[in-house]
Design a protein around this ligand. Structure first.
Ligand SMILES: [Zn+2]
Length: 344
């Protein structure tokens, strides 16, 4: 079975001008995958748009209608940093639909795993609000879709974007069927994701935050994944693994102050894939979130696809950051996350 890459030039039509989240990101990634021969190794899959009913599995129908109307009327700002162009509503349906397409192909055994190279991103979007470049929460919509369509009981969502996925957390805060795990720089935008935000009601314990200090690098992130993510996700026994794949934690990405390398991302994706391999026949769908340095973004997406294909050697063309120490407080937060979630 092949690894799928879900992509369509429709994603370039979400026109944000000079905004950091703009169409040149996906153009750069596709150019890099083409130039390096990677496009020949993946199964190219076209996304379908999500239906309004599918979007409404997560989002308030009034909110969905208001986005559609605003786009029809020429677009504008949805919040301080989320722009809607006339085509953006339709493109956002394709972004959520791209992740759904990935889930369908993986669940139906057509692909071993899938990477949805989509925009706009999703993990900051809440039930009734756009936020942080995100219009609809693509991964949350795909998760709810998978629960319903395939009658699943347990899905793990791993989020390695440098920002906390506050939208995803809010949506699933009381949901026993989703384990949401996030590593993120903290304190940082959007301000949420403290270690003691752990879910409530039926979802208590199913939100797992590892808020990492600025300057955290490969060592710290890998401890968070091997000592918190792997035991928590394994205990949950997922039937499907979804990933909010944001590459803005790379050291070359100037939006953040974390120091991950391409090699660090490779090891993180290997650990997540290990959980999928052990518990759900490797069923895994990833969706692009952030990543604003087009060079590191392109290298990271290519490296992720190589890991999904099982490549043993994955090159890191970007190398290491100039500072590779360990920030104060990093070990303590990992320890606290382990304690709060009963992993000691
Ligand atoms: Zn981000």
């Amino acid at each position: 079975m092949k690894v799928g890459l879900i992509y369509d030039p429709v994603y370039l039509r979400h026109d944000t001008g000079a905004h950091p989240e703009n169409a040149s990101r996906l153009r750069a990634v596709m150019g890099h995958l083409e130039k390096t021969g990677m496009l020949k190794r993946v199964e190219a899959i076209k996304p379908r748009p999500a239906t309004v009913e599918e979007i409404a599995l997560v989002h308030d129908p009034d909110y969905v209608r208001s986005v559609a109307r605003k786009a029809e009327n020429g677009g504008g700002w949805l919040d301080m940093d989320t722009y809607l162009s006339p085509a953006s509503y339709e493109v956002a349906l394709y972004a959520a639909g791209g992740v759904i397409t990935g889930v369908e192909k993986v669940m139906e055994g057509v692909l071993s795993s899938a990477f949805a190279l989509v925009r706009p991103p999703g993990h900051h979007a809440g039930v009734a609000r756009a936020s942080g470049f995100c219009i609809f929460n693509n991964v949350a919509v795909a998760a709810r879709y998978a629960l319903k369509k395939y009658q699943l009981k347990r899905i793990v969502v791993a989020d390695f974007d440098v920002h906390h996925g506050n939208g995803t957390q809010d949506i699933f805060y009381q949901d026993p069927s989703i384990l949401y795990f996030s590593t993120h720089q903290y304190p940082f935008y959007p301000g949420t994701g403290a270690v003691d935000e752990a879910g409530e009601g039926m979802g208590v314990g199913n939100i797992v935050n590892v808020p990492l200090p600025a300057m955290s690098g490969d060592d710290v992130f890998l401890r968070a994944y091997s000592e918190v993510f792997v035991p928590a996700a394994s205990r949950f026994r997922p039937e499907l693994v979804l990933v909010s794949a944001g590459y803005d934690a790379h050291w070359a990405d100037s939006i953040s102050m974390t120091q991950l390398t391409v090699g660090g991302y490779v090891q993180i994706v290997r650990l997540i894939k290990g959980v999928a391999d052990e518990h759900c026949q490797g069923r895994m769908a990833l969706a692009l979130e952030g990543g604003y340095n087009t060079e590191s973004l392109s290298a990271c997406v290519k490296a992720t696809l190589e890991v999904l294909m099982g490549d043993k050697e994955v090159a890191d063309p970007m190398g290491k950051p100039s500072w590779t120490g360990k920030p104060a407080g990093a070990d303590a937060v990992i320890q606290t996350a382990r304690r709060i979630h009963g992993l000691e």
